[in-house]
Design a protein around this ligand. Structure first.
Ligand code: SF4
Length: 266
């Protein structure tokens, strides 16, 4: 990690999305970011020591998901299902937790995570669900709507979150409230009267006990449309906040995906 750190400008400017060069070096070492995410690293310094280049982001996801899988499998499924809003069922003498993530059904079995009846090979989905299951959050919703920045250690995510999530929705549905409503319905959203004075509010259950509130303000003559995404302040009891930020970003990616790409991916 120090080898990587030495190649950085060490000005702690935060342009890479993390607050310090040291934190950035750790992320590069863990394959969570690339050297090129720092705009000030010279071409020759982008080259990493050879043992680092063999670790890819996918390797890293797989390693984390394998670690979390072990913990999730050891969880008491009956207790966990009750705590996280899943459905517990017995099948062939062993327990199963049925639950949805972003409106897609999954099953946690003794063998691991299953989607559509087959073992799930998507490390990203496994990380989210294994973390959710092993934590057994069990905290009632507070009803307090908060933005991502409310949670500790999220300062480095907030700007990126505004750009990659909230602004993305606003741009995709600028002057198209009906299109927005259709997309909300397609993804299992439920219209909500909510706590905000917005032109349209919709609630999505990213996970059974992790709601996301999408608030949308229409464009007017002066300003384009805008969007804010809120979470319940109990969310950190249920899932690691860093994972939660990725979950919301993945949701927005799917939400704003054009019809053609959706048809292709089916
Ligand atoms: S952008 Fe580069 S110089 Fe700025 S904090 Fe990140 S690593 Fe350091």
């Amino acid at each position: 990690m120090l080898e990587i750190y030495k190649k950085l400008p060490r000005t702690n400017c935060g342009k890479c999305g993390v607050p310090t060069c040291m934190a950035f070096a750790v992320k590069v070492q863990n394959a969570q970011q690339k050297m090129s995410d720092c705009p000030y690293v010279s071409e020759e310094n982008r080259e990493l020591p050879s043992r680092q280049t063999s670790v890819t982001m996918e390797d890293n996801y797989e390693r984390v998901s394998n670690e979390l899988e072990l913990e999730a499998k050891q969880t008491d499924f009956r207790d966990a299902a009750c705590a996280i809003g899943g459905l517990f069922e017995e099948a062939n003498g062993s327990g199963i937790i049925k639950l949805k993530m972003m409106n897609k059904p999954y099953e946690m079995r003794k063998e691991g995570l299953f989607g559509d009846g087959t073992y799930c090979h998507d490390s990203w989905s496994k990380i989210m669900l294994y973390d959710y299951i092993r934590r057994k959050g069990n905290r009632p919703l507070t009803g307090d709507w908060v933005t991502l920045g409310y949670f500790p250690n999220t300062a480095s995510h907030v700007k990126a979150f505004q750009r990659s999530a909230e602004e993305k929705v606003a741009v995709a549905f600028n002057k198209n409230r009906e299109g927005l409503k259709d997309r909300c319905r397609e993804l299992g959203g439920v219209e909500d009267s909510g706590k905000m004075k917005a032109d349209y509010i919709c609630r999505f259950d990213l996970l059974p006990r992790v709601p996301l509130y999408l608030c949308f303000w229409d464009a007017d003559e002066e300003f384009p449309a805008s969007c804010k995404l809120f979470l319940d302040s109990s969310a950190e009891a249920y899932i690691d906040i860093e994972y939660l930020a990725y979950l919301v970003e993945r949701f927005v990616e799917e939400f704003t995906m054009g019809k053609e790409r959706r048809a292709k991916e089916k």
